[in-house]
Write a protein that binds this ligand. Structure first.
Ligand code: HEM
Length: 536
């Protein structure tokens, strides 16, 4: 007799799903070369079941590599995606064929949470104009003009550590706020309670909640929910969207109008907004002015591009400019706690090259290769945006005999590339030496892959790199971080754990941050930095 218990029905269901999935793939492959290989896909869930931990898909994508290779086709819930697991394929497609691979996947949710975010924009004229506006200020040649601003922001951060060493997350968060607002608006935020920082942070909170895992999944499946009136019972998402758009408006207008007002009285220093408005030479051009306003506010928001699938959206919703800098600094601090020998070596180099009577400056950078190696290893060890930001194709393509459909989401798995055992042996270990030659000079590997690919590569990468260098070096010159002690004076072990938000960052961990400059006082820090604490 045939056993028709629950096990039978479950087995029948699984067989049917596998059959349907096979038919779909077969149908997809009928009229064109085959799609890249990939894990089995089932209705509704797609290939999610093949991911060990869907909240960290970069690890699962990396694990797929051994079975399916460097280019993989999968379905994440209802979204087809192509995953790239190697630098070679990323360069071939996202750089050498960038005319095809520079779009972004679009989502209905953006309209309600981030309609003007450059990083989310479809590839086209509007994106080009925004990109040009931002590029003018963040191109490599402009970076040295920001050295003073970056140094000042890093030094302000040191006062935070001296006065309140336990609140390290706030100091690392304030650092990018401070330098980005200076570069974009010639605006120096107050260390505590700044109203512009508040607007921007509130916007980001709402944005992350709005395009996070569950919200996106529900809204994409039932888009009519977005059309409900805000007063409708239970429509919390819609109310959040209304507040998000209000914050978006304030975030664009408040600092922008402030710059315009100061321009009219000649009280504004060169900055992204003033420089672009000056380019108009007094000729009215509302479209351009609006683009400057939007592009400026979205520099702060940075790279919030990801709506490829709810699962990946939640986890790789990539780094906002400030978030990714903040995350990278937290990862650096974690690395220093866990690897005191690296910290000691970096500090010995700073002491030898810079001495104790002044703080490191950009001119010292060539003489401090180990510090650059620490920076590169921090970017590699735990990339703040492990899946970068997703690209999309504008036309179909054929690569190595595989068919890449038009409009498909393309994910460059940065994690797989930065943990490629052939290039970085023992990839989970934190070893700055891998970026140094035998003679102590730096290798040519700058870890640029962390900042993405082709025409959509991070527009702020040169400034980000310089900002991270001065922040880390200034910190190590003046402070050390150690494991915290328990009530018996024993070190509390640190087990790295990571949270997933706009960018990946370590969860707060107990540590002791102690000054290492002589007679650690505000007066002495004032002498070293030239900053007066009352003015901060
Ligand atoms: C550690 C710091 C940073 C990291 C790791 C980072 C990483 C990234 C990545 C992976 C992308 C996506 C690239 C791609 O699609 O291939 C991106 C895009 C972007 N980044 Fe950054 N970023 C950082 C800092 C900054 C800063 C300081 C700015 C300020 C200007 C910035 C502005 C942007 C913008 C506007 C985009 C979107 C570009 C576009 O879509 O055309 N980022 N970033």
């Amino acid at each position: 007799m045939l056993d028709t218990g629950p096990g039978f029905y479950l087995a029948a269901l699984i067989c049917t799903l596998i059959g349907l999935s096979w038919c779909r793939k077969h149908w997809d492959n009928r009229s064109h070369p085959p799609l890249p290989p990939g894990p089995p896909s089932f209705p509704i869930v797609g290939s999610i079941l093949s991911l060990d931990n869907p909240t960290q898909p970069w690890l699962g994508f990396n694990a797929w590599k051994s079975t399916y290779g460097d280019i993989i086709y999968a379905r994440l819930l209802n979204k087809p995606v192509v995953v790239i697991n190697s630098e070679e394929v990323a360069k071939d497609l996202l750089e050498l064929r960038s005319a095809i691979y520079s779009d972004r996947p679009q989502s209905i949710v953006y309209e309600f949470f981030g309609p003007d975010i450059m990083a989310l924009m479809a590839y086209g004229d509007r994106w080009r104009l925004h990109r040009r506006i931002v590029d003018q200020s963040f191109r490599p040649a402009a970076t040295p003009t920001y050295h003073t601003t970056l140094r000042r922001s890093a030094h302000k951060m040191l006062f935070g550590f001296l006065q309140n060493p336990t609140d390290y997350t706030s100091h690392f968060q304030m650092f990018p706020h401070s330098y980005i607002l200076s570069i974009v608006y010639d605006y120096e935020p107050r260390a505590n309670g700044d109203h512009i920082v508040h607007i921007m942070q509130r916007y980001m909170e709402l944005f992350v909640a709005g395009v996070g895992l569950s919200a996106t999944m529900i809204m994409e499946t039932f888009p009519f929910l977005l059309r409900l009136p805000a007063w409708f019972p239970g429509a919390t998402f819609k109310r959040a969207a209304v507040e998000c758009l209000k914050m978006d408006h304030d975030m664009q207008e408040t600092p922008f109008q402030d710059v315009k007002e100061r321009m009219s009285t000649g009280r504004v220093a060169p900055c992204l907004v003033a420089d672009n408005l000056n380019r108009m030479n007094g000729v009215e051009n509302d479209d351009f002015e609006t683009a400057v306003k939007q592009a400026a506010s979205m520099v702060f928001a940075g790279t919030q591009a990801d709506e490829l699938s709810p699962v990946v959206a939640h986890s790789s919703l990539s780094s906002a400019a400030t978030e990714s800098t903040y995350s990278t600094l937290l990862i650096f601090l974690l690395a220093m706690v866990v690897h005191p020998e690296v910290q000691a070596k970096a500090q010995a180099d700073i002491d030898r090259v810079v001495g104790k009577d002044r703080l490191p400056d950009f001119d010292d950078r060539p003489a401090l290769p180990y510090l650059d190696a620490v920076l590169r290893e921090t970017l590699r060890w735990y990339p703040a945006a492990p899946l970068g930001a997703p690209h999309a194709t504008t036309t179909s393509d054929i690569y190595k005999g595989y068919f890449i459909p038009k409009g498909i989401t393309v994910i460059a798995n940065t994690w797989a590339m930065s943990h490629d055992e052939n290039k970085y042996p023992n990839p989970d270990a934190f070893k700055p030496e891998r970026f140094l030659r035998e003679d102590g000079s730096l290798t040519r590997d700058t870890m640029s892959l962390i900042f993405g690919w082709g025409r959509r590569a991070c527009v702020g990468r040169h400034v980000a790199n310089a900002s991270l260098w001065i922040a880390m070096t200034s910190f190590l010159a003046t402070f050390s971080v150690h494991k915290a002690l328990d009530e018996h004076g024993k070190e509390i072990p640190v087990a790295p754990k990571f949270s997933i938000g706009l960018a990946i960052h370590p969860e707060t961990f107990p540590c002791r941050i102690v000054p290492r400059f002589e007679d650690a006082s505000v007066e002495n820090l004032t002498r070293l930095t030239g900053l007066v604490v009352e003015q901060l």
